[in-house]
Design a protein around this ligand. Structure first.
Ligand code: ACO
Length: 194
């Protein structure tokens, strides 16, 4: 996904970590630069729209405004700078966050928990099945000091279920009842993969 500005300056590291302050940790230069902040907002909004479209959702679940009002963490992957004359491009993103949930277990009992949830995950259509999703996921697991089986996944798509099976051997998700207020509800259910 290309932008009419330098995404290396906007994002910093190859995997950039963004929280509610919208300031990537590894970005070089002054901490406050209005143009970079605006460009980061554009990157997040466009990624959110692309992810929603890829999943057939009626509206994005990821945007700069939503990031500011939640304690979520976004991992954004870009490609290498200076491939020929072309600008670096954004490859995809992964959004996670802690949520208080009542989770059903295998026996059908409800358990109150606050797991780290995979909330949104997208790799550009032209780059899927090249290992970039795994690169993002591995970065997140290391950074969050998390084991994959401990994660809850918010209404996983078939592609994400296949991804979790392939890379992490998570084969038996426990589907969770839908919550009426959630924008993804038209299509999918939360699950807790084990
Ligand atoms: N069909 C079936 N499985 C797929 C597909 C696909 N089109 N694409 C990726 N996968 C799974 C497979 O297990 C695949 O292994 P395989 O090629 O040997 O079958 C594996 O993922 C590939 O791993 P990566 O290359 O590391 O993953 P990728 O870079 O493709 O990223 C992702 C995975 C993010 C799920 C990507 O496919 C994508 O953006 N899909 C569309 C959006 C989406 O469904 N996002 C998840 C929404 S649910 C949520 O976020 C909570």
């Amino acid at each position: 996904m290309e932008f009419p500005f330098d995404v290396v300056a906007v994002l910093g590291e190859r995997v950039s970590v963004v929280d509610q302050h919208l300031r990537p940790a590894g970005r070089r230069g002054p901490a406050h630069r209005g143009d970079l902040e605006q460009q980061l907002r554009t990157v997040i909004d466009e990624l959110g729209k692309a992810s929603a479209k890829a999943q057939g959702l009626p509206a994005p679940v990821t945007s700069a405004a939503r990031m500011e009002s939640n304690r979520h963490v976004l991992y954004i992957l870009r490609d290498a700078e200076g491939r020929g004359s072309s600008k670096a491009a954004v490859i995809g993103f992964l959004k996670v966050g802690y949520k208080k949930l009542f989770l059903l277990d295998h026996s059908g009992a409800h358990n109150e928990a606050e797991p780290l949830c995979v909330l949104d995950f997208y790799v550009h259509e032209s780059l899927q099945r090249h290992g970039y999703g795994r690169e993002l996921f591995q970065h997140m697991l290391k950074s969050e000091r998390m084991e994959p089986w401990r994660l809850a996944v918010d209404r996983p798509s078939e592609k994400l279920l296949a991804f979790l099976r392939k890379h992490y051997g998570l084969c038996h998700p426990i589907p969770q009842p839908p919550s009426a207020a959630h924008p993804k509800n038209a299509r999918r259910r939360r699950s807790n993969p084990t």
